[in-house]
Design a protein around this ligand. Structure first.
Ligand SMILES: [Zn+2]
Length: 306
């Protein structure tokens, strides 16, 4: 056993107390970060407001929360093994270094989880908020219109924006009072699942109009995506809807028939819900298929026309 001065033992004790206090303060800070976040989120009344708030702040706030916990781990680590530490000054540095390593590792793992794994989970939470039926001023449950139906309620500027600038408008309608609620969602903020690495880290980088739409013809748009994790790129073509001459033009044709109907063996319709569930249906001709589409309701089991 080495000779240790009483001053050194005093120092180790004082150090211990400071570290305990610092660990407690860090934990309190983490709890405060968490509570402030939840209170702010809870104070927002509308689903759309919550959606935007979560999209902008949730991951950042969870990061702060876990970083404060990492700090608490570091300070707590510096209180462990006082008996060994009192034997030599070297051990206090060894302990400092190990605590730092453990805390940094913890913080880094959390950072990776929040950056690459967590966004897919958050997306489900966001989808729930986006697609929960809105309640109108009259207290009725509103109906979310389909892409075809909603265009009647969007002005030309909004329609153009929806077609081109990766903006999605959701239109909710109270069918009894006619109240309309329009919500705007930006495609640039949302991340998609990457086909190469499987993480939800594929984000829209830019869009270009290859061919503008006219009153006669559909246009063409290419969206350029890049994965922030594996750097894979994806370029997807989208049609730009024809410029409408008038609003009543928009209804789907009543008996929609494919050209060369006789050569068609069967028609498959795949319907994908906002939750990602898929349903497939097969039909012998386009007439059956369009009858089916008219009656289709995702929550009810449909009758297949004979
Ligand atoms: Zn990827």
């Amino acid at each position: 056993m080495q000779n240790v001065s009483p001053e050194y033992i005093q120092f180790v004790n004082a150090w211990h107390q400071i570290m305990v206090i610092a660990a407690i303060v860090s934990l309190v800070v983490s709890v405060i970060i968490f509570i402030i976040y939840k209170v702010k989120l809870g104070a927002i009344k509308s689903y759309k407001g919550k959606y935007d708030f979560i999209l902008r702040n949730q991951i950042k706030n969870y990061q702060y929360f876990y970083f404060a916990i990492a700090a608490a781990i570091f300070f707590y680590g510096n209180t462990v093994g006082d008996i060994t530490v009192t034997k030599s000054l070297v051990y206090i540095f060894v302990r400092l270094f190990i605590s730092l390593c453990v805390a940094v590792l913890f913080g880094y793992v959390i950072y990776l989880i929040l950056k690459f794994y967590y966004p897919a989970k958050m997306e489900k939470q966001l989808n729930r908020l986006r697609y929960t039926p809105r309640i109108s001023k009259a207290g009725n449950e509103m109906k979310l219109l389909s892409e075809e139906e909603e265009d009647v309620h969007l002005d030309e500027g909004m329609q153009a924006e929806e077609n081109v600038f990766s903006v999605d408008y959701d239109v909710w309608v109270d069918e009894e009072t006619g109240e309309v609620l329009i919500e705007k969602y930006s495609g640039y903020l949302q991340a998609l699942e990457c086909g190469s690495c499987g993480f939800r880290t594929l984000t829209l980088q830019s869009e270009e109009i290859v061919k503008p739409a006219t009153e006669e013809e559909e246009g063409e748009l290419i969206k350029h995506y890049k994965c922030t994790y594996c750097k894979a790129e994806r370029h997807t073509k989208y049609p730009i809807a024809r410029v409408l001459k008038s609003l009543n033009e928009y209804k789907l044709p009543e008996d929609y028939v494919l050209k060369g109907q006789r050569k068609v063996k069967s028609i498959m319709i795949e319907i994908i819900s906002t939750k990602g569930d898929k349903k497939e249906y097969f039909f012998q001709n386009t007439k059956q298929a369009s009858e089916f589409l008219e009656q289709f309701d995702f929550d009810k089991e449909p009758e297949i026309p004979a």
